[in-house]
Design a protein around this ligand. Structure first.
Ligand code: 6S8
Length: 214
């Protein structure tokens, strides 16, 4: 394996599922792909990322629990939300609808960050700040914005980030390797963007997007 060392389940390999005329996001593969981001945060090594990891992991766990607790199995994330819509439980505390919304927001931040990298940004702080300002910052109070500002200071430099994505034997200076990594990152990011925008449309059309700040 030359790149994406830790990633077994890639967003790039997800096939969307047909429901009527629409495409929807498959539960299992999407949650596994989200979970595979967490070891990368570990590799980046900072304790500042622990709360971030817990947040993503917590939402994955909530969604999986919801699936395990129901007799009927949910194939798509939209299936889960439709089930909560039908029982009027989208707004109860710890609803799967809320967990999917926050996972979607976190991943949208990651996708914008990666898009900035794919477009040539080599300053990770800049890439993270730009991504934050168009995603999570819209849902954060000034207190959490302060937490973000602190966490961003623990961002690794570009080289360490690339190393964390790559296998131990990869030659990071090799042009062929760089091209391959760039292509893989680009494919990964656009697949993720597509799945998130599909989910986001579903939230908007069902009026499920909350505008409460945390
Ligand atoms: C709301 C909210 N969650 C929570 O209150 C806030 C948590 C902490 C936010 C700190 C933000 C700091 C980000 C710093 C990132 C720096 C990383 C650098 C890495 C290079 C919700 O929580 C619950 O989720 C929900 O379950 C429910 O309880 O109201 C609800 C109740 O509250 C958030 O705002 C989500 C925060 C998620 C941050 C995701 C960051 C991912 C970061 C980096 C990943 C980079 C990986 C590179 C991968 C490369 C792949 C190829």
């Amino acid at each position: 394996k030359m790149f994406f060392n830790e990633i077994e389940h890639s967003f790039a390999k997800i096939s969307m599922i047909h429901r009527n005329e629409e495409l929807e996001v498959p539960v299992d593969h999407f949650l596994s792909a989200a979970g595979d981001l967490l070891p990368i945060l570990d590799k980046l090594g900072s304790k500042a990322f622990a709360p971030v990891k817990m947040d993503i992991n917590g939402n994955i766990t909530k969604i999986r629990k919801k699936c395990d607790s129901e007799a009927n199995s949910f194939e798509t994330l939209q299936d889960i939300i439709r089930s909560e819509l039908s029982t009027g439980t989208t707004k109860v505390s710890n609803s799967a609808t809320d967990a999917i919304m926050w996972l979607k927001r976190a991943l949208s931040f990651v996708a914008h960050f990666l898009e900035n990298i794919v477009n040539g940004e080599k300053n990770l702080t800049t890439a993270l700040q730009k991504a934050y300002s168009v995603t999570l910052s819209n849902h954060h109070s000034w207190v959490v914005k302060g937490v973000f500002a602190l966490a961003v200071k623990a961002a690794p430099d570009y080289k360490d980030f690339i190393r964390a994505l790559s296998s131990d034997t990869a030659d990071l200076e090799c042009a062929t390797f760089q091209k391959t990594l760039h292509a893989a990152l680009s494919e990964y990011t656009s697949a993720l963007q597509k799945q998130l925008s599909n989910l986001h449309s579903f939230y908007l059309s069902n009026n499920l997007e909350s505008n409460k700040l945390v």
